[in-house]
Design a protein around this ligand. Structure first.
Ligand SMILES: Nc1ncnc2c1ncn2[C@@H]1O[C@H](COP(=O)(O)OP(=O)(O)OP(=O)(O)O)[C@@H](O)[C@H]1O
Ligand SMILES: [Mg+2]
Length: 316
């Protein structure tokens, strides 16, 4: 019986890949059927596979519309997972509007590089971040790139970054159904699934439907829908004000037959703590918004565990 993959082997999707010293010749053996095919792959593909083999679970945060709270959801899930002791990475997939470093107040970090690759920004003890924001010298200068350039950058963010071993990689995407989600789905075909963020208005139903169909089209399982900015807790009287209506996200989840992950209320502290670089799950864990994020994090962990069990079963 094999103890596990040797140094020049890795498992992906139930396949065993072996690469030779010069990284150009590969044997792909399908364990389940026992047949062996010799295939060739480019060295950079091998580098990508090697990097991905050290990342246990990838979740992609997406939405149909802009400004609904994807980056906020990303940092709170990532920080919450890191607070539980998991090794976590955030890949800021928003090339034109990279906000993650600002939300963690690390936008002035200078990245180092050596033979291992580019070292991502590090928030001790368990969080690593890679973003376009670290690479542009002028924060006010827009990045004007077409699809292939963006695809190249996202690829480098995985292939050339020294992520090390990660339990979770959370990918924050720009809104809509453009190049970035397509690229991520191609680069990480084994991603666990998508977390779709929406605001609660009725119109959200339409946007969520598009995003769910898009995610499924990319073979990216939908983990569920997060309804963000649902109701405002009045700071004076503590009563809930139904500002953008409540329930659109949950209704969308029901109609689209995907799980509903939870409802995060509007809370001025989400903005304030975000501006301070300490997401609300860490800054004010007892707040209703932080508790809502904790519920979402629990669902994400549950989803990843189920995927792990399925993979174990199919490998037997
Ligand atoms: N639950 C919330 N309560 C209060 N403010 C919130 C909440 N969620 C997000 N925000 C605020 O809304 C603004 C937009 O959030 P965020 O940047 O996370 O959205 P986004 O979907 O990533 O936007 P984009 O589409 O531009 O990438 C931010 O200022 C954020 O602090
Ligand atoms: Mg964003």
């Amino acid at each position: 019986m094999r103890a596990g993959p040797a140094a020049n082997e890795l498992f992906l999707s139930g396949h065993l890949f072996i690469w030779s010293i010069n990284n150009t010749m590969h044997v792909e053996r399908n364990h389940m059927q026992g047949d062996i095919n010799v295939i060739t792959a480019k060295p950079e593909d091998v580098r990508l596979m090697k990097k991905l083999s050290r990342i246990k679970h990838t979740f992609v945060v997406m939405s149909g519309k802009g400004g609904v709270g994807k980056s906020t959801v990303t940092v709170n899930i990532a920080v919450g997972l890191a607070m539980r002791g998991f090794e976590v990475g955030i890949l800021d997939g928003d090339i034109h509007g990279p906000n993650i470093p600002k939300m963690l107040k690390i936008e002035d970090v200078q990245l180092n590089a050596d033979d291992n690759g580019i070292y991502p920004a590090y928030v001790p003890p368990h969080l690593k971040i890679m973003s376009m924001a670290f690479l542009s010298s002028n924060r006010d200068q827009p990045i004007i790139w077409r699809g292939p350039m963006k695809m190249g950058a996202l690829r480098k963010f995985i292939e050339d970054v020294y992520w090390g071993d990660l339990d979770f990689l959370i990918v924050d995407l720009p809104p809509g159904t453009g190049d970035e989600p397509l690229t991520i789905a191609q680069l990480i075909p084994d991603a666990d699934g998508s977390i779709i963020v929406t605001t609660p208005q009725d119109v959200a139903l339409l946007d969520s439907r598009k995003t769910v169909v898009f995610s499924e089209g990319l073979k990216l399982p939908v983990v569920g829908i997060v309804e963000n900015m649902a109701g405002l807790i009045c700071p004076h009287c503590g009563k809930e004000i139904d500002l953008f209506k409540i329930g659109g996200g949950e209704k969308a989840a029901k109609e689209l037959e995907v799980p509903f992950l939870g409802r995060v209320p509007i809370d001025p502290d989400v903005v304030n703590t975000g501006d301070e670089g300490v997401p609300i799950v860490a800054a004010n864990p007892d707040s209703p918004a932080a508790k809502a994020f904790e519920g979402i994090i629990a669902r994400v962990i549950e989803f990843s565990e189920k995927k792990g069990q399925k993979e174990k079963k199919s490998a037997k």
